[in-house]
Design a protein around this ligand. Sequence first.
Ligand code: GDP
Ligand code: MG
Length: 280
Amino acid sequence: MTIQWFPGHMAKARREVSEKLKLVDFVIELVDARAPLSSQNPMLHDILQEKPKMIVLMKKDLADPDVTQQWIDHFHSKGIVSVAIEANEKQDVQKVIQKAKQLGKEKIDKLVAKGIRPRASRAMILGIPNVGKSTLINRLANKKAAKTGDKPGVTTKQQWIKVKKEFELLDTPGILWPKFEEEEIGYRLASIGTIKDQILPKEDVAAYVLEYLYANYPDFLEARFELSQVDDMMEAFEHIGKKRGCLESGGHVNFEKVSDIILQDLRTGKLGLISLESPE
Ligand SMILES: Nc1nc2c(ncn2[C@@H]2O[C@H](COP(=O)(O)OP(=O)(O)O)[C@@H](O)[C@H]2O)c(=O)[nH]1
Ligand SMILES: [Mg+2]
């Protein structure tokens, strides 16, 4: 796999997250419900040390509900508080607030037992790019618009959003890098649009999607593309291309356009509710 993070960038990201961590009682780690493991950061565990965390599986509206439940059970069995949400669902956002309040209270209670004065608990949101950090911060802040864009260095000073009387949130998220230890992880992240389309060849990512769907959700391929096999990938692309008007003069199918259609359909949920990995 050719994806590389420069050690300098990783060190800087790690430093920034570590600085912010000092300010909070616990963290809220965001992952993508369609690939909750691949969208985690491998180093977070080390960086966090003893800091409590909860996991929010974002974009549950695009994921396979059965698999999402398996993930919730999986995290639960490991003693990790987790909740799956759709950012636009008010009730889901309330669930995040409830769990965060509870986790924060446990931490504050411990501190109070050690002699500090009771205060609101403080948390920060962490996650890889595009997972929905800014969106969730806005929902928790109950604001329509807040600063978006993952630009390192734009933050001048940390501000706190008072979500509830007893729970405050850092207004800027911690940005983590994804992991690329296995090729498969790169393809999953590229499929859901977390990694930019320029990094892995688009046609390869689209072929990965077709193969994965054929193995796990064959009915969805049939329903959306009337596609019943992908043994011959070229033929599969041509079939979709012809159906969806990706023909060039001379009758050739434009494979790049076909790839765009496959990836767009996946990312917008038009292919169905799909999870790209299950626990284990
Ligand atoms: N379908 C869906 N899209 C979401 C959800 N949460 C965030 N998004 C979208 O994901 C994209 C990235 O969100 P953003 O908050 O900018 O991610 P960030 O890079 O982590 O700050 C945006 O297009 C959001 O609208 C969700 O629960 N469901
Ligand atoms: Mg953002």
